[in-house]
Write a protein that binds this ligand. Structure first.
Ligand code: NDP
Ligand code: 2IT
Length: 444
């Protein structure tokens, strides 16, 4: 059995009941198989066995008292996967579905994504099964402080730098940061996605969504086309979805769908983003309210956004939200490109179906790397004790996304699978990390 096949088998055997982690590991290992199986140095250094085992998995109890005086208990996690090329870096997710499998798939993906950014950041992820929905501001604060009573021991500006993800935006990062500062007495860049008044970076809020559009722009350009006049389906209505929609519109596209966990909107005239921002960012309400702003739009609780006839699809909500059936619908409706804003939003058979049907496919770890890349720019600004203008950060983000596209497409070409950015991104991300691991010896 080939080296990569043996490691895939052992990942499945040694990590039972972690389907998301298996899925992420399998995709990376299958992509890099031609390279790794043809050069004995990787096996000699045990690179794959070391890569698929996190350096450390911290699991802890988070207790807090709700507004009714009841004690609540949640599970807290931080998976520090790999720090070969820089301090651990990756978001914190607050969602009831969070479990170790999801933390590990996200932390594993983050290693290669962060490598692709060309910036010095390792891979990690954390979070909790806490459900922020319907919680008061006071409850969110109490949860965040309690979470940090444990997490602060394991992080630091040069150790591990968390940020936002699902359920964690500027408000939560602020509470985490205040608690960290109180517990340690340190005023340092230990988190990114901070508010602008205390060390945050301009353009970090927009970065993942804008970066996704910059990446897809390069992919479209290679095919001789652009966003102008294209119809776009976006899932999600959170941080990534909103700013992907904003930039796509600036590029001349018409976004016709968005969704949240209770339903989805179809607005044939183009989504009113101001309304979506008010509903989701200000009121923290449900997308069903969209009809109050645009009575002619459709709101559905059945089916999903992939039913809409569009040219470009951008899944920006969560993992495994595009299955084979969805892929078939999109292809039948003439989709030309798919860009993943969320992490691992497409099932493997859906990706295969897109690729077999000539749909351009921008994989998450390349296409959504703009968020973490701008987090790394926030770290740079914090270290310098300076802050850069919006234009400066946005220009750097743009350059990084163009560079990631070049890395992924040229790696794909070198591997003999021109245009396969899944393989290209995995190979390009892997090579740098493996090189750094070999150079530093078999310590971790
Ligand atoms: P947000 O919490 O801001 O938004 C998430 C959106 O997706 C919400 O509209 C939410 O609906 C919806 N959603 C979340 N989970 C589900 C679910 N299980 N089923 C249906 N809808 C769901 O998160 P982000 O926008 O930050 O993150 C979205 C995706 O992008 C995630 O996969 C994340 O890992 C990824 N990502 C985020 C980055 C960032 O910088 N924030 C960077 C790179 C990737 P509702 O409002 O009802 O909760
Ligand atoms: O998935 C991701 O890349 C993020 N949630 C952003 C992580 C970060 O450290 O900015």
């Amino acid at each position: 059995m080939l080296y990569t096949e043996r490691v895939i088998k052992s990942v499945i055997e040694r990590n039972p009941n972690q389907p998301e982690f298996h899925q992420a590991a399998k995709e990376v290992l299958e992509s890099i198989a031609p390279i790794v199986n043809n050069d004995p140095k990787y096996e000699k250094h045990g690179i794959l066995e070391r890569l698929v085992e996190p350096d450390r998995q911290i699991m802890f109890k988070v207790t807090w008292v709700d507004d009714n005086g009841n004690v609540q208990v949640n599970k807290g996690y931080r998976v520090q996967f790999n720090n070969a090329i820089g301090p651990y870096k990756g978001g914190l997710r607050l969602h009831p579905s969070v479990n170790l499998s999801i933390m590990k798939f996200l932390g594993f993906e983050q290693i290669f994504k962060n490598s692709l950014t060309t910036l010095p950041i390792g891979g990690a992820k954390g979070g909790s099964d806490f459900d922020p929905k319907g919680k008061s501001d006071n409850e969110i604060f109490k949860f965040c402080v309690s979470f940090m009573t444990e997490l602060y021991k394991y992080i630091g500006a040069d150790v591990d730098v968390p940020a936002g993800d699902i359920g964690v935006g500027a408000r939560e990062v602020g509470y985490f940061y205040g608690a960290y500062k109180r517990f340690t007495g340190l005023y340092e860049g230990v988190l990114t996605g901070k508010g602008l008044s205390y060390g945050g970076s301009l353009a970090r809020k927009e970065a993942t969504g804008y970066g996704l559009i910059y990446f897809v722009t390069e992919m479209l350009k290679d095919a001789g086309t652009d966003w102008n006049g294209k119809t776009v389906a976006i899932s999600g209505a959170g941080n990534v979805a909103i700013y992907a929609a904003e930039k796509a519109m600036q590029m001349g596209a018409k976004v016709v769908t968005m969704s949240d966990s209770t339903g989805w909107i179809y607005d044939k005239d183009g989504v009113d983003l101001k309304a979506v921002k008010e509903i989701k960012e200000v009121k923290r309400a449900r997308l069903s309210e969209y009809k109050n702003y645009r009575p002619n739009a459709e709101y559905h609780t059945e089916g999903n956004v992939w039913e809409a006839k569009v040219d470009i699809a951008l899944p920006c909500a969560t993992q495994n939200e595009v299955n084979l059936e969805d892929a078939k619908k999109l292809v039948a409706n003439g989709v030309i490109a798919v860009g993943e804003g969320a992490n691992m939003p497409s099932y493997p058979d859906a990706i295969e179906y897109f690729q077999k049907n000539g749909v351009m496919f921008a994989p998450a770890k390349a296409a959504n790397a703009g968020g973490v890349a701008t987090s790394a720019l926030e770290m740079s600004q914090n270290s310098q004790r300076l802050s850069w203008s919006f234009e400066e950060v946005d220009a750097k983000l743009h350059g990084i996304m163009v560079n990631i596209y070049k890395q992924a497409s040229s790696a794909a070409e070198k591997c003999g699978v021109k245009g396969n950015l899944v393989v290209g991104a995995n190979v390009a991300g892997f090579l740098k990390v493996a090189d750094a691991m070999i150079a530093q010896g078999p310590m971790l």
